[in-house]
Design a binder for this molecule. Structure first.
Ligand code: CTP
Length: 416
């Protein structure tokens, strides 16, 4: 996701400095060019060689080191950086950055950076909560830095409170959020549904399906990384909530219907990736059903088809996308759904194809729209999400220019 991007990782003298090694490694795995700059104090906590091994780049500490590649290293690095993050950031470096003090390689480089800049404070709770540090952080926000709040927990000094460096995965997610994808969905509101629904039989049993939610979560994550305001209505899954997304947890198809229909009118795009139960037990037993020697039948009744409801109630200009999971006649069935439910696109997959379907990190999807059918190759669910969103944005653009043409027609007619 960060191929071709240069990331400056500033490391300062906090006990959490060792975690920056993992962050450097994670950035490298995303194919970023990682340039680590340490303060002299940071080098007391972790050796620069660790970062050099992990990044393949010289770890910079001293502004006056004469073995540098560039004439004015801090400026040349600042010019080519796509993003800079200081993690962990001590109270001292925060104070210096907030006041434009540039007395070492890290602070001089950051002062020269115009790219997005992130600060992840990590220190003792009292130091963090001190109004001086809080004022300095507020000043950094005013100057365009994004502050990643520390987490609350047991600190190395023995105290408990705010001041822990957030997990490296969250720091990486903040960076991806800033620079991984072009923000071509900025200003759009998107609602995604994901995961399975569970239909209660009695207080301990339910009917459900094998959906893990991975495809829907990938869609929500990608929408957010492309700048959209995202709501994720999710059945129960084992997945972590995607960063920066409003989560609406639901259990049954009825709850999903209520959550989606209540929010539908506000959305520009709705993507129904959830595996919604088509049937539910007609009666939910009040007490646990006890077994007997006889066979048991449970009468099932239809749930509301949420996608069809959205198709019937959509507001003008809204784009709707459904999913279809088939085992045969994929395209024919998907085309029927497209027409029957009045939606703009169906993303269909055949569960029997290797690499597609439930629980996998990959998918093999065919996109069916009014204007044709496009088969995608086997790819990661994040990549599939990207392809689906490209197609939906193209549909939205076409429908907007059609609306524009209609408005022009009306104006012409009224003038006549
Ligand atoms: N869907 C829905 N509400 C339901 C059932 C399904 O919104 N009660 C949505 C799913 O989220 C998905 C699409 O409809 O986007 C799937 O279409 P559907 O016709 O339900 O597919 P199948 O369940 O596979 O139906 P069939 O048995 O007819 O193939």
């Amino acid at each position: 996701m960060l191929s071709g991007k240069t990331v400056i990782l500033g490391v300062t003298g906090s006990i959490a400095a060792y975690k920056a090694a993992n962050l450097a490694s994670m950035l490298k795995k995303q194919h970023a060019d990682v340039q680590v700059i340490m303060t002299k104090n940071a080098a007391n906590f972790i050796h620069p060689i660790t970062f050099e091994q992990l990044t393949g780049n010289k770890c910079l500490i001293d502004t006056f080191d004469r073995n540098f590649q560039f004439q004015v290293e801090h400026v040349s690095l600042a010019k080519r950086a796509d993003l800079a993050i200081v993690a962990p950031a001590t109270a001292n470096v925060i104070a210096k950055l907030a006041h434009g003090i540039a007395d070492d390689m890290l602070t001089t480089t950051l002062l020269a950076c115009t790219c997005p800049k992130l600060i992840a404070p990590a220190m003792n709770t009292r130091m963090y909560e001190n109004p001086i540090t809080q004022d300095n952080l507020a000043a950094l926000c005013r100057y365009g830095f994004r502050v990643i709040e520390p987490t609350v927990g047991h600190l190395a000094c023995g105290d408990t409170g705010a001041g822990k460096l957030p997990p490296e995965s969250l720091l990486l997610e903040c960076m991806l959020d800033e620079i991984a994808l072009e923000k071509d969905m900025a200003g759009l509101r998107v609602l995604v549904t994901a995961g399975p629904t569970m239909e209660a039989i009695d207080p301990v049993r339910f009917i459900s399906n094998h959906s893990t939610g991975k495809m829907g979560y990938a869609l929500a994550r990608t929408c957010r990384r492309r700048g959209a305001e995202v709501t994720l209505v999710s059945g129960r899954t084992q997945l972590e909530a995607p960063f920066g997304v409003t989560m609406v947890p639901v259990t049954s198809a009825q709850e999903m219907f209520e959550s989606v229909s209540a929010r539908a009118a506000d959305q520009d795009i709705i993507i129904k990736a959830a595996a919604v139960a088509d049937y539910r037990p007609a009666q939910i037993a009040e007490n646990k059903l006890k077994k007997s020697d006889d066979d048991l039948s449970i009468r099932l009744e239809r749930t509301t088809d949420i996608l069809a409801w959205l198709g019937a109630h959509r507001r003008s200009g809204q784009v709707l996308c459904g999913f279809a999971m088939e085992t045969e006649h994929l395209v024919e069935h998907a085309k029927e759904k497209l027409a029957k439910k009045h939606v703009d696109m169906i993303a269909a997959n055949n569960v029997k194809v290797p690499g597609a379907g439930f629980g996998t990190d990959t998918n093999v999807v065919t996109l069916i729209t009014q204007s044709g059918t496009r088969e995608l190759a086997l790819m990661s669910k994040d990549q599939v999400a990207g392809e689906i969103l490209d197609e939906l944005l193209a549909i939205r653009k076409r429908s907007q220019s059609d609306c524009g043409a209609d408005v022009e027609e009306i104006i012409k007619y009224e003038m006549l």
